[in-house]
Design a protein. Sequence first.
Length: 180
Amino acid sequence: MKPAPHEGRTTPRGFSPLASLGRFLFRAVTGRIGHMPQYLHRPASFPGGAAFTVFRTIRMSGAPLSGAAVFTVRFTPRNMTLMANRVFSLVPIPFFTGLPGFRAKCWMEDRVTGTCSGIYQWDSAEAARAYARSFAIRFMMKRSVPGSLSWQVHPGTTLERFMEAACRRGGTGPAAREST
């Protein structure tokens, strides 16, 4: 995973918080926001031994998830418990779910290490990379332990394929062993 970007902080076109909020409100009023209950509370393991549990999902209803890129991010919240992070992570939802190309997200946490992760579906690798330069990632950096935030774009895959592979490996990481 790449460390958080320190250059190119220019907000990409269409990636303003107010424009995103407007699109989110439109989608909410028109019933275009849904969830992916098949992933809730499932353990997911990733290369390197990181093990997470999904605690929230969101999906833009009617949006095909056959898009071209998955964006993954990991960070450790600064001065915040995992439970406090769950609550606090509700705040930015209207400001990133309306960004151009956003399709879905799974929120996850590793209860052993205190690390959080997000798995996003974007309709293109370009949109995923633009998100990495957006106000949303800068906001995440400000509330993270310095140096703990990293991200990666996975072009040519979908959230479903990415999560199904992670969930198949699910019971093998340290968090899964602790909970048994």
